[in-house]
Design a protein around this ligand. Sequence first.
Ligand code: SAH
Length: 241
Amino acid sequence: MGKLFLVGMGPGNPEHMTLAAEAAILQSDVLCGYTVYLQLLGDRYPDKETYTTPMRQELERCRWAVDRAAEGKTVAMLCSGDAGIYGMAGPVLELSKDRNVEVEAVPGITAAVSGAAVLGAPLMNDFCVISLSDLLTPWETIEKRLRCAAMGDFSLVLYNPRSRKRPEHLTRACDILLEYRSPDTVCGWVRNIGREGQEAHVTTLMELRRAEVDMFTTVFVGSAATREIAGRMVTPRGYQL
Ligand code: SAH
């Protein structure tokens, strides 16, 4: 029986990868993943066979990984952050049912968690995670979720905030949130978390509309209680200090 590890690599720097993730990689014959993420691993595992596909060819990569594992190889499917959060864990588990493959998930630090640490403590209370990518989810559904989160006064983490094909998504999302939230709501965004060129900004919901974010950015929108404290984004836990 072959083995397939679903490995969350964390945001990109080796310090934020778990020991279990590293052990799964060392145990594997083949590493496969999105070209950019495998490049991040650099030359650390030179004797491993690698298989990369660019974006949009994720399913082909999953099928390839399941087929190799079914042949008896040990395969690591590498995802940034956590494999079970907008990653490949779901499709791999679906494709490997009825195959002679043991699948083991190795959790990783997702961008919400690594980005929050850079900004301060924006997720101290209840929060929602929403992806603004409408490649696999209809935009109407995304709008509905944004409205519900805004109504519930959750802090929000927005993944896939903007890309060349969808330059207006973040602005549209902000406009929906502005129907429920103050323009001064404390917001933040972090680009290239744990990677070269990491940059973080604390801003307001109004300013976020026009922020220069891209697909390597994770966006944070505070709840009504979130404050900027000494340049950090902090959502009070509720303690009386
Ligand atoms: N599985 C990943 C998410 C993949 S979706 C995870 O758990 O983190 C891709 C989106 O994740 C990006 O558009 C961005 O919003 C966010 N993201 C992932 N890694 C990031 C990083 N190092 N820096 C900033 N944002 C990141």
